[in-house]
Design a protein around this ligand. Sequence first.
Ligand code: CO
Length: 134
Amino acid sequence: MLGRLNHIALAVPDLAAAITAYRDTLGAKVTAPQALPEHGVTVVFVDVGNTKIELLEPLGDGSPIAAFLAKNPAGGMHHVCYEVDDILAARDHLKASGARVLGDGNPKTGAHGKPVLFLHPKDFFGTLVELEQA
Ligand code: CO
């Protein structure tokens, strides 16, 4: 079921500063910022060749990463995203296996315009897992 690593996401308190650090200090290619109001974040992707790093900044009130940044004010690793071929089949398999799917269990459209779901970090050893239909 589990496919390739699509990206690793880092929550950051200041996206502009993070873009400067990745683009200018580290010399990486960074996409233009993209606001995702449905997810409560603004994102950019850093191309590192074999995968991507997603940099997340809170957007609006009640952002799902606000509590994370309150606990980790300097920022930190927020989630890993794996690709799956069929997100509904993956969801049904996971639920039948006892894993908790966050939200209402229905995929939302992610930053790449593809359906995504998030799995409870307590079911996966403390790491929030995102699944994206490839
Ligand atoms: Co992500």
